[in-house]
Design a protein around this ligand. Structure first.
Ligand SMILES: *[C@@H]1O[C@H](CO)[C@@H](O)[C@H](O)[C@H]1NC(C)=O
Ligand SMILES: *[C@@H]1O[C@H](CO)[C@@H](O)[C@H](O)[C@H]1NC(C)=O
Ligand SMILES: *[C@@H]1O[C@H](CO)[C@@H](O)[C@H](O)[C@H]1NC(C)=O
Ligand SMILES: *[C@@H]1O[C@H](CO)[C@@H](O)[C@H](O)[C@H]1NC(C)=O
Ligand SMILES: *[C@@H]1O[C@H](CO)[C@@H](O)[C@H](O)[C@H]1NC(C)=O
Ligand SMILES: *[C@@H]1O[C@H](CO)[C@@H](O)[C@H](O)[C@H]1NC(C)=O
Length: 296
């Protein structure tokens, strides 16, 4: 009741040419994104879990702050944290998608947001071995992809460049083939396929999706590496356009989070949760990541 007289003039203003300003004024301009830590393994031989600093930097570049999501919280603690942040990023990695702590926590977070992982939606493991361990590729857009929420605000010339130049880095052993994806009713009803790629055995796999009715997005390529990772054994595209693609994607993602108004109960709690409590460590001489944050 109290809010009604306040809201009415705003609505009137928003009908005018100042629409974008009006919308911006009503968004959360202090978004915090949770980034899920990944189990340490031979990739990072320190600590129990880590977050590559490139994910933190790309989110910061688009105007978000990062809260690391530890692998050691209880379900109640995850729920509390999720009530305090505005988005979650799953870096992915080498952990099993079905049997690992990473998968378990992803399931908890995913459940919470619905009330990343394709396997969780399809209800079965439909992953295929793909031959795409170290490739820089253009993206093959579907019709829906060109009109998607994800790519809508990309500059036209950048969208064109994405379709013909190798601006995206692909470094995965597993993928979902177009055939398996479209044959799976649950996946098909949930996600819209935006881009695909061919592996070197000419199997077409899904490389970008967005959920049809939810703000859930997934890429099978690594935008964050273009500006921030330099290991020369990897085929990382460093073209100016590849760096721009990374930024536009991050801008889109962070802007989605700006529609969410979750917050910590006070600034003390907020400060305790942020990544600034951790110091990145140089790992460029032993791993594919220049810097990582050790979390647990
Ligand atoms: C997700 O939610 C469903 C139904 O609410 C429940 O059966 C399932 O156990 C939950 N999974 C996790 C990992 O919390
Ligand atoms: C589809 O998924 C199954 C596993 O359910 C896998 O064995 C098969 O190779 C996949 N097919 C294609 C064409 O990717
Ligand atoms: C691009 O995708 C279309 C289907 O959307 C497919 O028919 C075509 O073979 C793909 N081309 C490449 C180069 O991946
Ligand atoms: C901040 O919130 C926490 C948890 O709700 C509470 O325990 C703490 O006393 C609060 N601190 C301040 C300074 O209000
Ligand atoms: C990697 O670099 C760190 C920091 O400069 C150094 O302490 C460490 O010995 C190096 N490790 C190797 C294997 O070169
Ligand atoms: C690059 O990454 C590989 C592992 O992927 C690692 O063995 C190597 O030490 C890294 N650094 C350099 C400078 O090659």
């Amino acid at each position: 009741m109290d809010a009604a007289p306040m809201a009415a003039p705003l609505l009137v203003l928003c009908v005018s040419a100042l629409w974008e300003n009006c919308v911006s004024a009503r968004l959360n301009q202090r978004p915090i994104i949770g980034v899920l830590a990944h189990e340490s393994n031979d990739v990072i031989p320190f600590g129990k879990s880590y977050i590559p600093a490139s994910y933190v930097k790309i989110l910061e570049s688009a105007g978000a702050r990062v809260a690391p999501i530890s692998m050691k919280l209880t379900e109640a603690e995850y729920t509390e944290l999720l009530h305090s942040i505005n988005g979650v990023l799953f870096p992915g990695g080498v952990a099993s998608v079905l049997n690992s702590r990473y998968a378990e926590i992803s399931a908890i977070i995913y459940n919470f947001t619905l009330k990343e992982l394709i396997v969780l939606t399809s209800g079965e493991n439909i992953l295929t071995r793909t031959n795409t361990i170290n490739l820089a590729l253009p993206l093959n857009f579907t019709k829906a992809g060109l009109h998607s929420r994800t790519f809508k605000k990309f500059p036209k010339n950048l969208l064109q460049a994405l379709q013909i130049r190798p601006l995206t880095g692909h470094y995965h052993y597993w993928g979902v083939s177009m055939k398996n994806f479209t044959n799976n009713k649950k996946l098909n009803n949930f996600y819209r396929i935006l881009t695909t790629n061919m592996d070197n055995q000419r199997v077409e796999y899904v490389s970008t999706v967005e959920a049809i009715k939810y703000p859930i997005y997934a890429v099978q390529w690594h935008p964050e590496r273009s500006p921030y990772e330099w290991n020369a054994t990897l085929n990382i595209p460093h073209f100016s356009e590849a760096v721009k693609v990374a930024w536009y994607l991050a801008d889109f993602f962070v802007n989605e989070a700006r529609w969410n108004f979750n917050h910590f109960s006070n600034t003390t709690e907020e400060e305790k949760a942020l990544i600034y409590n951790y110091t990145p460590m140089y790992t460029g001489n032993i791993s594919r990541f220049e810097q990582v944050y050790l979390i647990d």
